[in-house]
Write a protein that binds this ligand. Structure first.
Ligand code: FAD
Length: 621
């Protein structure tokens, strides 16, 4: 018998994008259905067992500020945590966690299972129900059940038309052990959507007891343990264990060069472009023949796991060659492969087809999030999921959509990059992609976004109170530091740290010195008497030290905000505007920019064209 069900939001796929998406709309109070192929793979980390890293941690903390799961789950399951780039500026400082794969997935499932308004059903979606360019619902593969909704999010990762390559062996699949999504992929190709192919790969997993660790350099995490989540709950943190470092060598490279035609990437089987910043080992060796070694981090897959993930050698060679490659490496001469590496090729949607809300420009109510939009990485997927979840929920009652601007969040940078320029290769976030990165630090994501999360009904009271407390602490600490002049005892203490002062100065002025950090302030007289909040103090120091740069950036942002708020109409024919060249008209018609700001970032749109748009639309509105 056919089951009929109505939900306000339907999410297809329980990966990183799908879980954050369904949690967001459920948190906002909308009845949400998550349909996924297997409940058991919810929260699965398909590739590396790690969260965060440069640029990516900024996204994780933004997800956290908006009430999402990734940060707190990384804290709960982190088994080696580090702050990267500590010797560089605050803008690029990033948190990274090696996580226990099992603990991570278990924690995600637990959060989902306890969420109100969320129903999870194990079903593959086979078709979308679309009428007159508007989404109506979905049909499942098994029993052809119909589920209806005003908003549907596709978060199917690497599963659309997924093909797995291991040397010359090719099988259908979205990930090892999981079937690909074929009929849905076929339907999407029949819709007015721009679908192309990309590929990604994963390294073999090694048997831990077969590795000779005595020959390798251990890499320990930081102490005290960093947190991703701003809540910094008193949670149980798992035991911390090291990763190990080793390298490929000339023998490894010789094996690769001699067998290169056996790799699926090089024998012409794979047409999709792979991730530029995470290439396979065969790619690295062939592209950089002068390099005589490549770094490999041996990362534990978990506290109780016998598997080790060799980060840096993803491959699509047949298993026999993979074995030779592995056993040519220091510390791995006896290493056994438990699961071979492989590449996966899949369909993705050119994100130029999407509005900045991640809704399709051509099918109303249909949203896309995650790897299906041409990105790579859990963090990129999860943050898109959150945004799609928010907008899918807002769409239910035709409420005003929300998306962050480039100056508000890395999420804004990524969405604008994707939807304005599209992508031809797997897109990953970098700090260098953000023009306002000094204002978009990982540590101020809560200050930038928590109040928005509150308005959207995404966050709970605990988070809100923590945010209020932090902002108050920052104000208070700034005030105290400004008003308090150093004492003679402080002069003496500072001298022991090679800091000599010629005149009395305030604590705030002291923080302006490049060689002086908030950690030096802690033992000074003032803080012997008053309780201090180190997190707030760190923020005050950044604001003081980089005051000039941040101010300049804020002025730039203010200048541009006018064009970001200058909205352009939907489905507009730019042919109607006199003075625009044909090239400009074509580009504007195709992109249908949301704002004047977005229009100005389209390749080939000149300042002269922007002036014409301003004059035209000012007259009309
Ligand atoms: P996924 O995590 O893939 O989740 C998709 C979910 O959708 C799955 O649960 C699936 O079962 C479900 N699903 C699919 N179709 C349907 C359907 N029709 N109906 C219902 N459910 C459906 N990232 C990196 O950053 N670096 C790497 O080196 C890297 N290597 C990778 C190697 C491999 C082999 C794979 C598979 C992925 C790799 N990734 C890598 C990518 C990383 O796994 C993804 O970025 C991330 O998982 C994407 O999240 P997602 O939510 O978009 O999709």
């Amino acid at each position: 018998m056919m089951m009929l069900k109505n939900f306000q939001v339907i999410v297809i796929g329980g990966g990183h994008a799908g879980t954050e998406a369904s949690m967001a709309s459920a948190r906002m109070g909308y009845s949400t259905l998550l349909l996924t192929q297997k409940k058991s793979t919810i929260g699965a980390l398909s590739c590396n067992p790690s969260i965060g890293g440069i640029g990516k941690s900024h996204l994780v903390k933004e997800i956290d500020a908006l009430g999402g799961m990734m940060a707190s789950v990384a804290d709960l399951s982190g088994i080696q945590l580090k702050i990267l780039n500590t010797r560089k500026g605050v803008a690029v400082r990033s948190t990274r966690a090696q996580v226990d794969r099992v603990l991570y997935a278990k924690s995600i499932k637990k959060i989902l299972n306890n969420q109100n308004n969320l129903t999870i059903i194990e079903h593959e979606v086979e078709r979308l129900i679309i009428k007159n360019g508007i989404i109506k619902g979905v049909i499942t593969k098994k029993d052809h059940q119909h589920f209806y909704s005003k908003s549907v999010i596709i978060a199917t990762g690497t599963f659309l038309g997924g093909k797995i390559y291991e040397g010359t062996k090719i099988i259908q699949g979205g990930r090892k052990g999981d079937t690909s999504s074929e009929i849905l992929a076929q339907q999407l190709k029949e819709l007015p959507l721009n679908i192309k192919r990309l590929k990604t790969g994963t390294p073999p997993r090694l048997y831990k007891p077969s590795i000779n660790y005595e020959k390798l350099q251990p890499q320990y995490g930081d102490f005290p343990l960093p947190f991703f989540s701003f809540i910094k709950k008193k949670i149980y943190r798992p035991q911390q264990i090291p990763c190990f470092l080793t390298y490929t060598n000339e023998k490894t490279h010789e094996i690769i060069q001699n067998n290169i035609t056996k790799s699926a990437v090089f024998n012409g089987n794979i047409i999709g472009i792979g991730p530029r910043y995470c290439p396979s080992i065969e790619d690295k060796v062939m592209r950089f023949p002068d390099k005589n070694r490549h770094q490999i981090f041996l990362e534990p897959e978990g506290l109780n796991s016998f598997l080790v993930y060799p980060n840096g050698i993803s491959t699509s060679f047949p298993i026999s060659i993979q074995k030779k490659i592995i056993q040519s490496i220091n510390g791995l001469h006896q290493a056994q492969i438990i699961q071979p590496g492989y590449a996966v090729e899949y369909d993705f949607l050119n994100p130029k087809d999407l509005k900045l809300t991640l809704e399709s420009k051509y099918i109303s109510g249909l949203f896309f999030a995650g790897q299906v939009n041409g990105t790579t990485g859990y963090e990129e997927a999860a943050s898109q999921g959150l945004l799609a979840g928010i907008n899918a929920a807002l769409n239910v009652e035709s409420k005003e959509p929300w998306f962050p601007r480039r100056d508000q969040a890395y999420l804004g940078v990524m969405i604008d990059d994707l939807c304005t320029h599209g992508t031809t290769e797997p897109y990953r976030i970098f700090t260098s992609r953000a023009e306002y990165r000094l204002s978009l630090r990982e540590n101020n994501a809560d200050i930038r976004l928590t109040h928005i999360g509150k308005k959207l009904n995404l966050i709970n009271e605990i988070r809100w109170n923590r945010y209020i407390e932090k902002t108050k602490n920052i104000q208070f600490q700034t005030h105290v530091l400004k008003k308090t002049i150093l004492k003679k005892t402080d002069f003496k203490m500072l001298k022991t740290k090679n800091i000599t002062l010629s005149k009395c100065t305030s604590y705030l002025d002291l923080l302006k010195r490049p060689n002086f950090t908030y950690l030096n302030i802690e033992p000074l007289a003032l803080f012997k008497q008053k309780k201090i909040d180190l997190e707030a103090l760190e923020e005050v120091e950044t604001m003081v030290k980089y005051h000039g740069y941040i101010l300049r950036q804020q002025k730039e942002i203010q200048k541009k905000i006018y064009s970001e708020h200058f909205k352009l109409p939907n489905h507009f024919n730019y042919q109607n505007i006199k003075g625009l060249s044909n090239e400009v008209i074509n580009k504007l018609n195709k992109t249908q920019p949301y704002s004047l700001g977005q229009a100005s970032r389209i390749e080939g749109i000149t300042p002269a064209a922007i002036s014409i748009l301003i004059i035209y639309f000012k007259k009309i509105f």
